[in-house]
Design a protein around this ligand. Structure first.
Ligand SMILES: [Zn+2]
Ligand SMILES: [Zn+2]
Length: 451
């Protein structure tokens, strides 16, 4: 039994653990793999990944979409999608705005009904989480308009209440598409909550990749039933506790669901199959690498040592390196005033690690990605990778990107980094080796010169 929990909430939505606390608790319980799956937000993913870097825990980026079939709520989990994907983030922002507008409309209705509730006090209740009716209910309790949350729903907020405002609704298919398009695997959450089996089949037909059969709210019979169903439709099976932390539900559910070993393996296979990644033999292309390129010129090593003789770059060093990169091309020097370079440096310095910092920085500057990545890789093969046009080209062929090289943004480099890291996670190769293999694959397969 591997210790896995693939359905967890943090303070980014309605959980009571911060992402950092969740990571700490998971490690304390001896869990090996967790997924952060907040409602309609990925706000907890990056902090959890950062916290997990210091400890022995695998964190899978996740999300739990609230969707509707008619009046019925259907929750769709997403795993391994690119949580920095622009389109994906835009979808989430739209949902958040729709929810906020709905919340504001509800407060307006309450005001018209004579209840003096301010939007501000709803926000205070919601904190950094997504605003929903429960927050408004609690605000009403705080203001003394109702005795408790259920009275707030009964008297005002419920589906037939005088302050009810319908939601902007996503269908399960919308969520599945958003997850798939960002490279992720879509899973039907807690099917036991759904009213009929016909509805489950409907969602399967909408293109779901898997079913959350192992779940804290499923009994043994239900678990068996959903495993059977998944097998019949050739879907993957996942599992999780749906832990919201100690303050929300009674008892802490984290790590309480028994989930077999192969769940994680199958999830990874499903993710890989999406891209037919298995068609590339990384080890084979790793062997061709030394003859095909010279990404380790002594000069890079020299610069690298100067800038990277310790774990992290200081802000000044980062600035200097950015400046060095930006001065390598007269075109970019003209485009980037010292002020702009400084401003970008400030932003970038707050990012999770020095590799992201450097690549995003150079991406924003529009120059020097291969140089920067080669410097870092030459100094630390285990944790860095070469991000070269050829790496992009191979990933492009594999179907990871529909973005053409010409229209790349800084985020696309971060996407490449994350893909390479995930590939490394799933094989016994380092990120540097995956980078070289992708590079070499393109050298071997492409006719003519690249640049
Ligand atoms: Zn749910
Ligand atoms: Zn949940």
């Amino acid at each position: 039994m591997r210790n896995v929990d693939l359905h967890l909430h943090t303070t980014a939505s309605d959980g009571s653990y911060t992402p950092e606390e969740l990571v700490e608790k998971a490690v304390g319980m001896g869990l090996e793999t967790i997924a952060v799956t907040d409602h309609d937000t990925v706000g907890g993913v990056a902090p959890a990944l950062t916290a997990a870097k210091e400890v022995d825990l695998e964190v899978i980026p996740g999300v739990e979409f609230t969707t509707y079939v008619g009046q019925e709520e259907v929750h769709i989990l997403g795993y391994y999608f690119d949580y920095l994907d622009q389109n994906f983030l835009m979808e989430l922002t739209k949902l958040k705005e729709a929810r906020e507008n709905r919340g504001k409309k509800i407060v307006e209705k309450l005001n018209k009904l004579g209840l003096e509730l301010e939007w501000k006090s709803v926000i205070e209740v919601a904190g950094s989480g997504a605003v929903g009716r429960p927050h408004i209910a609690r605000a009403l309790v705080n203001e003394g308009y109702v005795a408790d949350v259920s009275a707030a729903f009964e008297d005002y907020l419920g589906d037939r209440g005088p302050a009810y405002v319908p939601k902007t609704q996503l269908t399960p298919q919308d969520a599945i598409e958003a997850i798939n398009e960002a490279g992720g695997v879509a899973v039907l959450a807690h099917p036991g909550h759904l009213s009929t089996n016909e509805l489950i089949v409907e969602i399967i037909e909408a293109g779901i990749d898997g079913i959350e059969a192992y779940y804290s709210g499923h009994d043994e019979e239900e678990t068996k039933q959903y495993i059977k169903l998944a097998n019949r439709y050739d879907l993957i099976i996942t599992g999780g506790s749906d832990c919201h932390g100690p303050k929300i539900k009674e008892g802490i559910l984290l790590g309480t669901v028994d989930i077999p070993d192969n769940v994680i393996d199958n999830l990874k296979v499903a993710y890989r199959n999406r891209y037919n990644i298995e068609s590339i033999d990384f080890k084979k292309y790793l062997k061709v690498y030394p003859e095909t390129s010279g990404l380790y010129p002594e000069k890079l090593q020299e610069i690298g040592e100067k800038y990277h003789d310790k774990g992290y770059l200081t802000k000044e060093e980062l600035y200097e390196l950015a400046y060095l990169n930006s001065t390598r091309s007269s075109y970019h020097v003209k485009k980037n005033s010292p002020d702009r370079v400084k401003k970008i440096t400030e932003i970038v310095y707050n990012l999770a690690d020095e590799f992201s910092q450097l690549t995003l920085l150079t991406g924003l500057l529009g120059v020097g990605i291969p140089t920067a990545s080669a410097i870092l890789t030459s100094l630390d093969e285990a944790s860095h990778t070469v991000i070269d046009t050829r790496v992009w080209a191979t990933l492009y062929q594999m179907g990871y990107f529909d973005t053409k090289k010409e229209s790349f943004s800084a985020d696309d480099y971060i996407r490449i980094i994350n893909i390479v890291r995930r590939l490394a996670n799933e094989t016994d190769l380092t990120t540097a080796e995956i980078g070289y293999a992708l590079f070499a694959y393109d050298v071997e397969h492409r006719e003519g010169t690249l640049h």
